[in-house]
Design a protein around this ligand. Structure first.
Ligand SMILES: [Zn+2]
Length: 228
């Protein structure tokens, strides 16, 4: 073969290999906000027909029990398998964010609930994502004492080298002492949750009525963020 042809074929092969996403990467990457319709629960109608039973009343959902991978949940989550993957990615974000503030990730995630076959409280014509096992209400985190020699930030108050709990209802608006550190952590987590469109499509926090004490996170087929 002509030498120029050989060079051209090699260059083309390299370009194609780099340009095409590897299958494993595609499978590992959760659906992004711009591919609404691809997530397994997207096809279920969220607006309810008057008088009709909820989907979770009509048929048994295939949910899994989940207690966390990077941190333990204070009680078992009952979620759709696709939502479990979102929770696992969320845990990575929590550990990253917490490590910058406290020098370690939390030992436990405190939540107020996952699956609950019900309508939206404020919009009863709409199905709650909790009805599909497609949502979680995160109330806070519990941290174990920092390991001896762990790289905690120099500015970390001494009390936060030991065991402590961070809760939205107590620390979202805190301004002094350890509470101010918790506030900074919770606010950064809220901001990063909004920025990470591949994690949750709906991110609600204290700015949304009825959410002073938790982040509501779900993968509904629409996007709403209201945290600050
Ligand atoms: Zn909720």
């Amino acid at each position: 073969m002509d030498r120029r042809w050989v060079v051209a074929v090699v260059v083309l092969a390299v370009v194609l290999t780099c340009a095409l996403p590897r299958t494993a990467d595609v499978l590992a990457e959760p659906a992004r906000d711009d591919d609404i319709g691809r997530y397994p629960l997207d096809a279920i109608a969220r607006v309810l027909v008057p008088g009709a039973a909820l989907p979770c009343e009509r048929q048994r959902l295939e949910l899994v029990s989940y207690r966390g991978a990077r941190m333990r949940y204070d009680r078992t989550a009952r979620v759709h398998p696709a939502f479990k993957l979102r929770l696992q990615a969320f845990e990575v974000l929590v550990v990253e964010t917490a490590s910058a503030h406290y020098g370690r990730g939390p030992r436990q995630l405190l939540h107020l609930g996952t699956h609950n076959c019900r309508r939206m409280r404020r919009y009863p014509d709409w199905l709650s994502e909790h009805a599909l096992g497609n949502a979680i209400d995160v109330a806070g985190f519990e941290f174990a004492p920092a390991a001896r020699g762990a790289p905690v930030p120099q500015s970390l108050p001494r009390a936060l080298r030991g065991r402590f709990t961070v809760r939205l209802d107590q620390h979202w608006n805190a301004t002094r002492g350890p509470g101010a550190v918790h506030r900074a952590f919770l606010h950064e987590l809220g901001q990063r949750l909004i920025e990470r469109e591949d994690l949750f499509r709906v991110v609600l926090g204290p700015a949304w009525p009825g959410h002073h004490n938790h982040f509501h996170l779900d993968a509904a087929p629409y996007r709403v963020t209201e945290v600050f």
